[in-house]
Design a protein. Structure first.
Length: 333
């Protein structure tokens, strides 16, 4: 019997290629959708109506759920609630400060222990004989925010990741309200939290609603979404890390961007034009490039601005000491 799953290779389209010495070495296929500034579908690529797990691209909705619960996250604390951070000392100290506001320590976190993705911090920890830590895991900010919601509402903290916990029921409700869809499936993400399958169209719709929300809205859910967006645009270092693709795109282009594992990316420009995409092979190495290209073609970003940023996105292919190729947008996109 066939398993429930995402779209197939037959449903997908080529989104990016990888060249080496003039030879196309690899091809990334996937699906994508572009919504215009009014939230209408401007372009479909592949089958964006099929369900996907957004993975960490779900984090904006999880962070909004925490804000909706009555927790007053502001500034970097709000950003860390939606981050897939690289584990710099600044990231970890911010997460500790978040936990301290509820009288909690990192022992309360239930995300798995990890070493930081940030190389200097990781090397320092190894030299000091410090092993993997829960607070260094890239989802620790989200987990700290969920624990703050538990503390504020008198919810049990030990089981905050259980799908039936009030925190996770609130997340599901927020996902449904922003995407306009009932999840097609539920699974456990790499950090231990539930993740809900929605279509790329629904995901883009939800992110567009987040991006266009105002912190002065009369409706609390949209007011909280506006608070989150303002925080991310103000402190983009927190959402991933200095020099990383999400952070660079937010800093340089003012785009609300959030990566997800397994090749997922969402991007929403200042005018509300929004892209959601998934690389079928699960590789995210071309996701930023493809997302930006789709925003350029939709008229939401200037070509010159994106071209100026592209060399910093780590798209070069090395051969020995030389650059011999690159990750490129597919000529058939």
């Amino acid at each position: 019997m066939a398993q429930l799953g995402t779209f197939t290779a037959d449903d997908a389209r080529e989104l990016a290629i990888v060249t080496r010495s003039g030879f196309v070495e690899s091809r990334h296929v996937g699906s994508a959708v572009v919504l215009d500034q009014h939230g209408d579908v401007q372009r479909r690529i592949g089958t964006p109506e099929k369900p996907i797990f957004p993975r960490s691209s779900l984090k904006p909705f999880q962070a909004i759920s925490v804000l909706n619960s009555g927790v007053q996250l502001r500034g970097a604390h709000a950003v860390l609630a939606t981050a897939s951070h690289t584990g710099t000392m600044k990231h970890m100290s911010t997460v500790r400060a978040m936990l301290a506001t509820a009288g909690l320590t990192e022992d309360a976190l239930r995300c798995p222990p990890a070493l930081p993705q940030d190389e200097p911090t990781r090397n320092d920890m190894i030299r000091q004989g410090v092993g993997p830590q829960r607070i260094a895991m890239n989802c620790s900010g989200k987990h700290a925010a969920m624990l703050l919601a538990c503390a504020a509402n008198g919810w049990e903290t030990e089981s905050y990741l259980h799908p039936d916990h009030p925190m996770q029921r609130a997340v599901r409700d927020t996902v449904e309200r922003f995407t306009g869809e009932k999840p097609a499936a539920m699974a456990i993400d790499g950090c231990g939290a539930p993740v809900f399958a929605v279509s790329l169209v629904g995901l883009a719709r939800g992110i567009a609603r987040v991006r266009t929300s105002s912190s002065s809205s009369p409706f609390a859910i949209y007011r909280n979404a506006g608070v989150l967006v303002e925080a991310v645009l103000e402190d983009p270092w927190g959402i991933q890390g200095p020099g990383t693709p999400n952070t660079l795109v937010i800093e340089r282009l003012g785009v609300f961007a959030k990566l997800g594992a397994e090749g997922v990316m969402v991007m929403a420009a200042a005018d509300g034009t929004t892209v959601a995409l998934k690389m079928l092979d699960g590789s995210g190495r071309a996701a930023t490039l493809v997302g930006l290209e789709l925003l350029v073609r939709a008229g939401a970003l200037a070509r010159a601005d994106v071209d100026a940023l592209t060399p910093e996105l780590g798209l070069a292919i090395s051969g020995g000491d030389a650059t011999v190729g690159q990750i490129e947008v597919s000529p058939t996109l």
